[in-house]
Design a protein around this ligand. Structure first.
Ligand code: ZEM
Length: 295
């Protein structure tokens, strides 16, 4: 009896994670001349977004908790094509920091990449859990947006509403989040679309909104001297930049356009609104998160 009251077994305590160090290691892993525009940052942001953007507020499933994209069917969804490259970068960080969960790591990495590429300092909260493959209830495909507007091809903004209202967002938050297309590019081998949205695809800025309003966007007809055979998309007069039908929808739609105009004029307002919407996106469906000082 004495033995048991003095030598109680220690309750299993999860090993402490140094989130600040993880964020630093992610920042160090971004540069890679062999990948796109020289940085894995944009592709990591897309990983964080696609792991979160499955959330459904009505069924309260999906979202970043569980990191179900490690497994089929989610890893095989067309919308997630190409993200195996981002997950491979994440494996390197995970092997240095085995104590962090994949689901926290993916969100911390995307958040750190946004910061490292010149975006806002966004607060990070940890506590997401990893589900094992047999505990992952497969989600139905189709929860992430389609750039062609899916069944609203005449008004792709309504497709964005279908998808983002399901996650609990409003029109202003949809526009703010879409500003992440300042980053990265489309790859014909992933989505069929081609090209970057902005001239500085590894810098987080409000350039996407400025270009939406200032450039003349016309349907892409040619690519590298030959007829364009990919899906319907827009290009600028130089043919170097692109917009998706769902991007152009933001200036066609009467309710969304004022937010594009606001963010094009006021980068600070964009950064603040993006940061808020990003936290909501990446915490949807998560429980018991705790603030971790990272910056
Ligand atoms: Zn994207 N996105 N996205 N996006 N996205 C692509 C790439 C990137 C849509 C979409 O169809 C596409 C948000 C919203 C929406 C990023 C971040 C965020 C690509 C190209 C497509 C087709 C994929 C490829 O070919 O590799 C649509 C329809 C959206 C609805 C509004 C939101 C929200 C994002 C973050 C907050 C990023 C960073 C990329 C670039 C990835 C890379 O590898 O360069």
């Amino acid at each position: 009896y004495y033995y048991y009251t003095t030598q109680q077994e220690a309750a299993p305590v999860a090993p402490k994670v140094d989130y600040k160090k993880v964020a630093e290691d992610v920042a160090d892993a971004l540069d890679d001349e062999s990948h796109d525009d020289g940085s894995f940052g944009p592709t990591l942001v897309r990983l964080g977004w696609h792991s979160s953007g499955t959330y459904d507020k009505n069924s309260n499933d999906g979202g970043s908790d569980g990191s179900g994209m490690r497994f089929a069917p989610e890893s095989k969804w067309g919308a997630n094509a190409g993200l195996h490259k981002a997950r491979a970068v994440m494996e390197k960080i995970k092997s240095k920091h085995p104590e962090i969960t994949y689901s926290d790591l993916w969100i911390l990495a995307a958040t750190a990449a946004i910061e490292e590429m010149g975006g806002p300092h966004i607060p990070f909260r940890a506590g997401r859990t990893d589900k094992t493959e047999n505990k992952c209830t497969p989600l139905p495909d189709g929860r992430l947006p389609d750039a062609d507007g899916r069944d609203h091809k005449d008004a792709p903004a309504d497709h964005l509403r279908d998808i983002f209202y399901r996650m609990g967002f409003n029109d202003q938050e949809i526009v703010a989040l879409a500003g992440a297309h300042a980053l990265g590019r489309c790859h014909t081998e992933n989505s069929g679309y081609w090209g970057p949205w902005t001239n500085a695809p590894t810098t987080f800025s409000n350039e996407y909104f400025r270009l939406l309003l200032e450039e003349k966007w016309t349907p892409k007809k040619k690519h590298e001297g030959k007829a364009w055979t990919g899906p319907f998309q827009y290009e600028d007069p130089s043919g170097k930049l692109m917009m998706l039908p769902t991007d152009i929808a933001l200036i066609q739609d009467k309710a969304m356009r004022p937010f594009v105009e606001k963010y094009a004029k006021d980068e600070e307002a964009f950064f603040q609104d993006f940061a808020k919407a990003w936290v909501k996106l990446t915490e949807n469906g998560c429980k018991n998160l705790t603030a971790e000082p990272v910056w």
